[in-house]
Write a protein that binds this ligand. Sequence first.
Ligand code: NAD
Length: 478
Amino acid sequence: MRFDGDYTMTIGGQGVAGASSFDVLNPANEQVIGQAPDASREQLDEAVAAARKAFPAWAATPIAKRKELLLAMAGAIAAKGEDLKRLLTSEQGKPHGDAFGDVMGGAYWLQATASLDLPVTVVEDTAERRGETRHVPIGVVGAIAPWNFPVILAMFKLAPALLAGNTVVLKPSPFTPLTTLKIGEILRDVLPPGVLNIVTGGDALGPWMTSHPGIDKVSFTGSTQTGRKVMESAASTLKRVTLELGGNDAAIVMPDVDVAAVAEQLFWAAFRNTGQICIATKRMYVHKDIYEPLKEALVAYAATVKMGDGAEQGTQMGPIQNRLQYARVLDLIADAKAKGYKFLVGGETSTAPGYFVPVTIIDNPPEDSRIVQEEQFGPVLPLLKFDDLDEVIGRANASDYGLGGSVWSADEDKALEIASRLATGTVWINESQHLSPLAAFGGHKQSGVGVEGALEGLLEYTNTQTVFVKKKAAQPVA
Ligand code: NAD
């Protein structure tokens, strides 16, 4: 295995160069770190054809064998964890420790998913007939991943799709294609040819996939705006879709918390991965009785955090991953400045190379401000004051997003009651962002369609098939 800057797609078990190529940058210094293949439409056709060819044998492979291969995939990825970590940091920007977490989390996801089984339900068992419903694979899955967690979010899709007996064409984001291409290279020795194909390319490749007649299901993680386009495009061939989309998660911090104890956790709920997490806290509602001390604790903690190149020892926060997102975050900061909102920390911009935005906390901006209403997906947090519980639950729910949310309180029963009133797919109490391969994860409202994880997520990669068997008439006893 080389990690030498030679990046090829995986099509039908072979390494394939692109029809052309495009540059991949390190967001910490904007230097080119490699070229990724730019797939032509014909190359996508080849990848889909390879997946279709591999499908019957893979679907007929006993599930016990497919589980073995998922575990082998996990082992092969974990064995290269250190090399993949360094490559991921160089293209994504996140600190080495977080990059290692992304890679090893991906391996863990494969391993844990292998513990699931496809249930068979007996729906009728009478003198006349027996009927059972089982779950069969759909066919070829087109998996489309974003740039914030390139490895684990791809594995959220690969693990259940392959376990259920589908074959896959995976497309990483053009901003972070390299680690995924290397994983494809590693897995060529593990999976039969054509079971997993990896293609990279520019803006046209995603729409080619979502409209491709040879792809039966699209599993997409990305923004809500793109998710709408994916659903529209998939409609022409009635593809199944799973959409994991954007969020604007609210944290509700009750007056009974121990401010000193929760400040650090609340900080990372908002700023981990430089705020580029779908389930990051993007609005922090703090009860008025503790607003001042918590504000001070957050600002004091922010001053201790080291931002920089993720490859440097001690870095806790990296840059924004790409220029487009950097411009979006700067635009939100410019808007907040123009409106005269008060910055508790941050807000400065720099012309030095690298897409760095300092930790920025805005003091109680109006509820209808852009920084409260829009998904910032960067290190800029609006800190908001509340007094009345019903009112703050209303504010938390007044969003088209419904991905996650958190409640922070010493009173667990009260927190559970608040959680039950939040219109989101996941709610955390006194923590944030914990995900499990054995828990369904998905968005309410415009944060998504369907779920990933657990049996519910696995079943999204299947069609149901009910088989009725008419029993022979019982012979009268002589
Ligand atoms: P994005 O929507 O710009 O891109 C996601 C992927 O879709 C990329 O691979 C991109 O190349 C591809 N794509 C772009 N246009 C397409 C089209 N028309 N058809 C098909 N594919 C297309 O998202 P992003 O900027 O990479 O990621 C950030 C967003 O993802 C944020 O909104 C974040 O909240 C969301 N996200 C959601 C989850 C979740 O699980 N709900 C997880 C991570 C990120």
